[in-house]
Design a protein around this ligand. Sequence first.
Ligand code: PLP
Length: 416
Amino acid sequence: MTSPVWHPFTQHGLNEPIPRIVRAEGAVLHCADGSSLIDAISSWWVTTHGHCHPRVAAAIATQAATLDQVIFAGYTHDPAEAVARGLVALAPNGLDHVFFSDSGSTAVEVALKMALGYWNVVDPRRVSIVVMEHSYHGDTIGAMSVGERGAFNRAYEPLLFDVVTVPFPMAGREQATLDSLEAACAAKPAAFIVEPLILGAGGMLMYPAWVLREMAAICARHDVLFIADEVMTGWGRTGTLFACEQADVAPDILCVAKGITGGAIPLAATLASGRIFEAHLSTDRAKMFFHSSSYTANPIACAAAAANLSIWAEEDVLGRIAVLSQGISDRLAGLDRVAFTSPRQQGTIAAVDLVTGDHGYLSSVAPALRAFFLERGLLLRPLGNTIYVMPPYCTDAGQLTCIFDAIAEAGMLFAR
Ligand code: PLP
């Protein structure tokens, strides 16, 4: 019998195999047929310390038996309070208010609504959003609106709002981005939203910290709210807890999700500076922040996030990340420069472009590579001809070697 399950980003008409995963541990996924896979992309970038981390799993079990769920409008609970305090302590300065939601997309929706809510009070003429070319911020309507337009969202264009787009800061062309942002900011938009240091789904495109710092400075000069979407880059992926740290940037609004629970269970948070919170502060109920979802700050998810924060506080996670980053760097340097171009890396995220005439997210090389890696016991999911790795921090040297040996072999077989 065919399954009634409709999978995300999956063309069911191609009848590609869909492995059934029954168990996971560390960097390994175990399949129903007895085989196993190294999770080289942290299951869509969520798993940080490793699958089924005992401290996170124990926190979830204890919380599930204590307080499973409670409405968060007008009620609170210890796990949410602990996580909010922990986030404020860890985040760049000035982000003193934490609004919970349940995915990266909703963290972005909340950020956009906070920005518009702020300007609605301070200067209602400021409504437009500036974005960066090739960005990805999620699949809800607002998140798609501020992301790259293309195959991902063409059918939904009539629902998307207009934005002002600045070019991606390609190496050697950074000034064009800064000039474009300066011009866009002079027109007094509400906010600029950007993925710090790495544009993820847009192709693992990387740009240097000084550009991030300059972009934040331009926004500050024009009083444009700076929204950092750290849904992918947060929780150590780029070598620091948050990518913004590398540019010494304190955004007005910060979006975090994915690794906030170590990747075990959905939770997201949008952190805001005092002025954004205060613009919503009033004795008038009509001026409150109008956003919620049923599971806002679910206690079980918050308990997992609290356990994740304890791991960060008590273990040398950055040390582990440094070792993994070095291992990735060594192996990336060994890849053939004829088969692969543009090797790039930030912390534990690395990417190369396979040399092929077949480009773009919908290129046929991507599913062929995916199937090839699956046969070799690897979960890798190229973005078009861009092969990237983003493994959990517990990935060992042997597993890294397996990942990069398979990528090297793919270069020999698929490069044209
Ligand atoms: N923002 C960025 C930078 C992302 O990479 C993603 C997802 O990959 C999202 C937002 C959306 O997150 P979610 O898939 O949890 O909705």
